[in-house]
Write a protein that binds this ligand. Structure first.
Ligand code: CP
Ligand code: NVA
Length: 310
């Protein structure tokens, strides 16, 4: 029996597979704009388990399944037995006998891994405290659409060393670009994730150093979901890390600004930057839909044979 493919971090796919997903997403986007919807997931169901809030992820997965001819089912912990302590292993065994693919947004990465280990169907990480690989599919797709291949280019991550930063560091290694990071002391990314990506990551001593001459500038909220109680302390620690027009002026003239959203204007980014001409955040958000449609299709229907050849 072929082993089930999951998408729990970017490293679950090869570079060729990731590039296929992105290229397919760009094709799906073009055909959707022409009003053409292929329906390879007819009669298929996606279970969406959300233990954290979401706008983009829920809407893009749910609309994506509709467009692919299938159905998406929203499962909140308070309405399921998961929220009353049914073991994850048992939930995985049961849910995966009834649906064709599962998407989970939760806190611990170990939870999605445990679910996947007991699932009969593919499992997608839709954000954990450690990674947000679906967002990176959309981000890399957006970068490619806007400026071509990321290979050999440089991006800057400025702000919190969080789940998004971890996935961006992995992306730098996999897609062969360089990532400068600048985070306040005490808010650095995980040391083991820096270590495994070390040839592709430079830890800089200031936002100005990190952003100098880069092609892409990325940031995220200073307080991720689950860190709401740290908000005040974080606002103090991150005060010098806002992406302002002055900082953007140090990047390449044609640099793009990205943010996974939701964004907090006046905190991690100035309104003039996120609403300005270098910002691609709305395309980036829309691309969640196209990238995840491509992801769902390869997980449920398989990659083209040419990619599976040894
Ligand atoms: N970027 C992102 O994942 O947004 P949501 O939290 O709204 O899903
Ligand atoms: N780092 C943020 C991303 C939200 C999409 C969080 O985890 O809340």
């Amino acid at each position: 029996m072929e082993s089930i493919r999951h998408f729990l971090s970017l490293d679950d796919f090869s570079l060729a597979e990731l590039n296929h997903v992105i290229a397919h997403a760009i094709g799906l986007k073009a055909s959707t704009k022409r009003g053409h919807y292929a329906t390879p997931l007819k009669h298929k169901t996606l279970a969406m388990i959300f233990e954290k809030a979401s706008t983009r992820t829920r809407v893009s997965f749910e609309a994506g399944m509709t467009q692919l001819g299938g159905h998406a089912m929203f499962l909140a912990p308070q309405d399921t037995q998961l929220g009353r302590g049914e073991p994850i292993e048992d939930s995985a065994r049961v849910i995966s006998r009834m649906v064709d693919v599962v998407m989970i947004r939760t806190f611990e990465q170990a939870k999605v891994e445990l679910f996947a280990a007991h699932s009969r169907v593919p499992v997608i990480n839709a954000l954990t405290d450690d990674y947000h690989p679906c967002q990176l599919l959309a981000d890399l797709m957006t970068w490619r659409e806007q400026r071509g291949s990321p290979q050999g280019k440089t991006a800057a991550w400025i702000g919190d060393g969080n789940n998004m930063c971890h996935s961006w560091m992995d992306a730098a290694r996999i897609f062969d670009f360089h990532l400068n990071i600048s985070c306040p002391q005490g808010y650095m990314p995980r040391a083991d994730i820096i270590a495994r990506n070390q040839a592709f990551v430079t830890v800089c001593s200031s936002p100005a150093e990190a952003i100098k001459d880069v092609d892409v500038v990325v940031t995220d909220t200073w307080a991720s979901m689950g860190q709401e109680h740290e908000k005040k302390a974080r606002e103090v620690a991150f005060a010098d890390y806002q992406i302002t027009d002055e900082l953007m002026a140090l990047a390449h003239q044609d640099a793009i600004f990205m943010h996974c959203l939701p964004a907090y204007r006046g905190y991690e980014v100035a309104a003039s930057v996120i609403d300005g001409p270098q910002s691609v955040v709305w395309d980036e958000a829309e691309n969640r839909l196209h990238a995840q449609k491509a992801l769902l299709e390869v997980l449920v229907c398989g990659f083209p044979a040419v990619l599976s050849a040894p």
